[in-house]
Design a protein around this ligand. Structure first.
Ligand code: AMP
Length: 411
C-alpha cells in the first residue's frame, strides 16, 4: 500500500517522498489513518519500526496540512524521555514538514535556556520536550500548553523507568481535556496500561510484531569471556573484522569513558556518550558518529535509548544489561529499517544469570559461540552443564507433579 492511499495532505506527501520513503511501515499504515481521524491510540512497537513518522505525519497533516498557521500557539506537544530523542523527533518534523509552514521547538535540559525562551517568545506550533525542562518553563510561565490539540507520550515505559512519571502526570493535568492522545511504548507493563486508561478515550491498540522479540534483521551472538579479557577481545574484533559503525554499551559511565579511551589509544576513533557529559559534548559525539567521523560510539543505556543512527552495523554489549528489556532496546539500535545488523554480547562468568533472564524475556536460547583465541571452555562447559542441570531439575519437578496427581482407579 503506497503512502498516497493513507489520506495525508498534499504538501506532506511531497515531504515524505522527499525524505526517501515510498511505502509505509506496518505501524505507519495502521496508525496514520486512525490518527488522521483524531482517534486516540496506543502503539506498542519494536524499536526501529518507523514509529516517529507514525505520529508525526498525522499531526502535521491534521493540524497544519492545508492552511498556514494564523497564530503561533502550541497546538501539539510531544513528550520524550531523552534529549537526543527530542532532537531527533524535531529533525523528523523539519524533514517531513519541509513544505509546510510549521515552527517546532525542542525543549530539553543541559543547554542554555535563553535560546528556548527567545524561540517561545517568537511563537511555536509544536513542542517536543523532555519532562524536566518543560516543567521548568511551565513554572516560569514561558510556555502555554493549554491549547494543545494533539499530545504524544513517547517511550512511556521508559518514563517510568527513568523516574519522570510524576512530572509527566503534572504536565498531562495541564493539557485540555479535549485532545487527541497517542501513547507509544516498547513494552506494555501494567503501570503503562493503567496510565493509558486514565488519559485516553477508547484508544485503538496497535501492536507490531512480538512485544519482546528482537527484530528479524538482527543476528545475535554471545561470547563467553573472562571479564579481564573483554577489552582485548573487543580490540581484536575491531581490528580484524569488517565493523564500519559500532555502538558499544557499557553499564557504567566510568566504564564507557574507559573503553573509549583505550580504543582511542589503540588508534580506533571512538567517542563516549553518557549523562555526565555536557549536552553539547553528547550532541557532538552523536553527530560525529552519525556522519561516520568516528567508527565507535560507547554509550550507557540512559542516553542510548531511542537513538536512531542509520546503518549501525554492530551493537556490542560489553556488559550484559541488568534489565532484560534493555537488551532488546540496545540491540534494536542495529537492524533498523530492514537493514541487517549484528548484536554481540560479551558474557563474563558472573553475568550468567543476567543472560538467563534475557533468554527468558525474549523466549529463546542464545547459543554461546567461541571467539578465536579467547575460548573460555571451562565457562562454556559450566554454562552447558547448568543448562543440563536445569533440564534435569525440570524433569524431576514434572515427575513430582505427576506423582501428586490423583490416579484413576480402574475397576
Ligand atoms: P523510528 O522507529 O521512528 O526510530 O524509525 C526507524 C528508522 O526507519 C528511521 O531511520 C526512519 O528514517 C526509517 N523509516 C521510517 N519510516 C520509513 C519508511 N516508511 N520507509 C523507510 N524507512 C523509514
Amino acid at each position: 500500500m503506497p503512502f498516497t492511499t493513507l489520506g495525508l495532505s498534499d504538501p506532506l506527501l511531497r515531504g515524505v517522498l522527499a525524505s526517501g520513503y515510498t511505502t509505509p511501515t506496518a505501524i505507519q499504515s495502521q496508525a496514520i489513518p486512525a490518527a488522521l481521524e483524531g482517534r486516540d491510540l496506543i502503539g506498542c512497537a519494536q524499536t526501529g519500526t518507523g514509529k516517529t513518522a507514525a505520529f508525526v505525519l498525522p499531526i502535521l497533516s491534521r493540524l497544519f496540512g492545508e492552511r498556514p498557521a494564523k497564530k503561533r500557539i502550541v497546538r501539539s506537544l510531544i513528550l520524550t524521555p531523552t534529549r537526543e530523542l527530542a532532537v531527533q523527533i524535531e529533525q523528523s518534523i523539519h524533514d517531513y514538514g519541509r513544505y509546510l509552514d510549521v515552527r517546532t521547538l525542542a525543549i530539553y535540559g543541559g543547554v542554555d535556556i535563553r535560546k528556548q525562551l527567545n524561540a517561545l517568545r517568537r511563537g511555536v506550533d509544536i513542542v517536543v520536550a523532555t519532562p524536566g525542562r518543560l516543567m521548568d518553563h511551565m513554572r516560569r510561565n514561558t510556555v502555554d500548553i493549554r491549547s494543545v490539540e494533539a499530545f504524544v507520550l513517547d517511550e512511556a515505559d521508559r518514563m517510568f523507568d527513568m523516574g519522570f512519571i510524576n512530572d509527566v502526570r503534572k504536565i498531562i493535568a495541564t493539557l485540555p481535556a479535549q485532545r487527541q492522545t497517542m501513547l507509544f511504548s516498547a513494552t506494555m507493563p501494567p503501570e503503562v496500561r493503567q496510565l493509558a486508561a486514565g488519559i485516553q478515550k477508547d484508544p485503538m491498540m496497535i501492536q507490531v510484531g512480538q512485544q519482546h522479540n528482537p527484530i528479524d534483521t538482527i543476528t545475535q551472538h554471545v561470547h563467553a569471556v573472562l571479564r579481564q579479557q573483554k577489552m582485548d577481545m573487543l580490540m581484536h574484533m575491531l581490528q580484524n573484522r569488517q565493523m564500519p559503525s559500532v555502538l558499544i554499551f557499557s553499564r557504567t559511565k566510568h566504564g564507557a569513558d574507559k573503553i573509549a579511551h583505550s580504543l582511542e589509544q589503540a588508534g580506533i576513533d571512538a567517542e563516549a556518550i553518557h549523562s555526565n557529559r555536557s549536552q553539547s559534548q553528547r550532541q557532538h559525539a552523536l553527530d560525529n558518529f552519525k556522519r561516520g567521523k568516528c567508527q565507535v560510539l560507547v554509550a550507557t543505556d540512559i542516553v542510548a535509548r531511542g537513538i536512531d543512527v542509520h546503518g549501525i552495523s554492530h551493537v556490542i554489549n560489553f556488559d550484559v544489561p541488568l534489565f532484560a528489556q534493555d537488551y532488546v532496546h540496545r540491540i534494536g539500535r542495529t537492524g533498523r529499517a530492514n537493514i541487517a545488523g549484528d548484536a554481540i554480547t560479551f558474557v563474563a562468568p558472573d553475568e550468567r544469570d543476567q543472560l538467563r533472564r534475557i533468554e527468558q524475556f525474549i523466549g529463546c536460547r542464545l547459543a554461546i559461540e567461541n571467539y578465536e583465541g579467547f575460548t573460555c571452555d571451562h565457562f562454556t562447559a559450566t554454562l552447558s552443564r547448568s543448562e543440563e542441570h536445569s533440564r534435569a531439575q525440570r524433569k524431576v519437578a514434572r515427575v513430582r507433579r505427576a506423582a501428586k496427581r490423583p490416579r484413576l482407579v480402574r475397576r
